[in-house]
Design a binder for this molecule. Structure first.
Ligand SMILES: [Mg+2]
Length: 361
């Protein structure tokens, strides 16, 4: 049986939520309808624009840009300082509501959730009709709009909710994937980051369709497990389940690999570290997190397991920084004996928006 997953994504979450707060406080304008941005400290000219209204995007203010730059583009831009406590409150309200409607809700970030519609289809009926009712109900209750993406897995639902905004319902079923996705630029594929796209373009792959029709084994030999992931995604394939534990409760992200035969090849170990770093960095980006510690785990043939961690001066989501610190740990920890298992992880998370802003305070 086909699965049905919905992805619910708040439209310009920070801006919408601040708009609601301002309206509640009696501010005369709805900043969603004005050229407006959310940025660090409006009294200072520096700081990063973390959200922009649709009218602001239309005049060319596209985050992340500097507030100074935004004010140069449009001197009368309305600048509002973020209010994380209020954002968290709105987010919690939305999640609590969705949990009343659906048994399985996965919070994916502060303003995005997945729900398993298959479980409730018998009760609520056709998913597209229900998605319209759902988004209207959310607007009625809370005053902000969402996009709802519907697909046979999380990947498709997530990409569907991204199609056109705001206040829209889109489907991307398995049988629509080729028609709706293959003509698009490969950078529009979920998890195809800058570094991967650059490698893909060197192979002559520019669209998602070209990726889907590329030789799978060749792709894996060049991009390793991330190549396999991107190849599957280019076919709209994703088997991952809805995770119902809270995303804030997941305290670390790590990947490990048990080697088929134990190895003392530095090159091979480095290759694994590189691969893990890419995946960890993607995962951090996805959750809008930065990590402050990097942890390496090694196990030898006698099943002795050792772990060591480095505390970073600055929290990071960068593939390079994670890789470099993985290598530093490997230098410290590894005595040259054959390795049976290697693992790399990160922990001690900071939420990205707060982190970006703290850089300027
Ligand atoms: Mg959003």
């Amino acid at each position: 049986m086909n699965r049905i997953i919905m992805h619910i994504d708040v439209n310009s979450a920070y801006l919408s939520w601040s708009a609601i707060k301002l309206l509640q406080e009696g501010y005369g304008k709805d900043i969603r309808k004005e050229v407006s941005v959310i940025a660090g400290d409006p009294t200072k000219r520096h700081g990063v624009v973390v959200a922009a209204s649709i009218p602001a995007k239309k005049v060319g203010i596209k985050p992340p840009i500097n507030l100074y730059e935004a004010q140069r583009i449009y001197p009368n831009v309305i600048v509002t300082k973020p209010d994380f406590t209020f954002y968290k409150e709105m987010s919690n309200k939305l999640i609590a509501f969705l949990k009343m409607v659906f048994p399985s809700v996965e919070q994916f970030s502060i303003d995005e959730c997945f729900v398993n519609y298959g479980e409730v289809k018998e009760k609520y009926g056709d998913e597209v009709n229900f998605a319209y009712r759902l988004k209207n109900e959310i607007f009625k209750r809370f005053g902000f709009t969402v996009n709802v993406g519907i697909g046979n897995n999380k990947l498709c639902a997530k990409m569907a909710s991204d199609f056109s905004k705001p206040n829209k319902v889109h489907t991307l079923y398995q049988n629509e994937f080729e028609e709706k996705m293959w003509h698009k630029d490969v950078s529009e594929l979920f998890m195809a980051g800058k570094a991967s796209c650059q490698k893909l373009r060197e192979l002559g792959i520019n669209t998602i369709g070209e990726l889907a029709n590329y030789d799978e084994l060749k792709l894996i030999s060049i991009l390793k497990s991330h190549g396999k992931l991107l190849y599957d995604y280019a076919h709209g394939k994703d088997d991952s389940e809805i995770k119902t534990d809270s995303y804030n409760e997941r305290k670390s992200i790590s990947y490990s690999r048990t080697l088929e035969t134990s190895s003392d090849s530095r090159n091979l170990l480095n290759e694994y570290l590189k691969d893990f770093s890419i995946r960890i960095s993607n995962e951090l980006n996805k959750r809008h997190f930065y990590a402050k510690t990097v942890i390496l785990t090694l196990r030898n043939d006698s099943f002795d397991t050792v772990s060591r961690q480095i505390k970073l001066d600055n929290a990071t989501n960068s593939e390079e920084t994670i890789f470099e610190n993985g290598q530093r740990l490997l230098n410290k920890l590894w005595d040259g004996d054959p390795i049976r298992l290697i693992g790399l992880g990160v922990g001690d998370f900071r939420e990205s928006l707060m982190y970006q802003l703290s850089l300027f305070e």
